[in-house]
Design a protein around this ligand. Sequence first.
Ligand code: ADP
Length: 290
Amino acid sequence: SFDELKKSTNSFSETNEIGSGGYGKVYRGMLSSGQLVAIKRAQEGSKQGAHEFRNEIELLSRVHHKNLVGLVGFCFEKGEQMLVYEFMHNGTLRQSLSGKSGIKPDWKRRLRIALGSARGLAYLHELADPPIIHRDVKSSNILLDENLNAKVADFGLSKLVSDCEKGHVSTQVKGTMGYLDPEYYLTQQLSDKSDVYSFGVVMLELLTARQPIKKSNYIVREVKTAINMKDEEYYGLKEIMDPIIQNTTHLIAFRRFIELAMRCVEESAADRPTMSNVVKEIETMLHNTG
Ligand code: ADP
């Protein structure tokens, strides 16, 4: 309730600031029920922030899925804009892969993280009504709960796709360099396949633990080079793979995973799988991983 929210916001202090994003700071708080929450507070006077906040509220109140970060409440008044989310104890996937929070996930855990986030996105694309394109899929927008389950966050840029648009929307290009679908970038035609591209980049990140740098498609080209130059067993991958997960017993699994990632990052959107195809394939991989 609003009262609860007010109470929890009274406990703001520098000490429980947990992060800061493009549009303000994020704090940890507790509701009177005892539930831990993350409170995102917009910087005063940020017009774009206000737009994205409203967008996030509208979208998040339509969707419910265990792999999408839940909105607990919000406050949207003149002078004060706050979004309250379920608290995700293990921070972002990016922090986790960089070793900045907790232990780095092992291979099986990475497959589960990929599966969870893929399910969240498949839900947005295929089950939400109307469908939703996230538009900013990246490892810093995938949050991990206390059991390292993945939830997709940050719907500030997301777009509803109403039926009349037939899955294609012409928009001003938005997103994050390094994750951005090159076809969308060139044509400004947005579709759910743009999220698939970005998700493919996240898969490459799960393998390499490297962060895609802002130079467009750098990580994609780097991986392509590594697997093209060497033999068909992809031993070239070793040079760019996260040493923590390198293990010869997983070689076949790595190959399947990277082949799927490479289809996700195909230049042409039509050649990319749908998110629900991705879900099915990762389910099979997980099933085959002892
Ligand atoms: P950005 O605007 O850069 O995408 P956010 O404002 O969404 O970043 O989040 C900033 C930081 O706050 C994140 O990197 C993360 O560490 C933390 N954070 C965001 N949401 C949550 C949450 N629900 N639970 C725990 N931590 C969170």
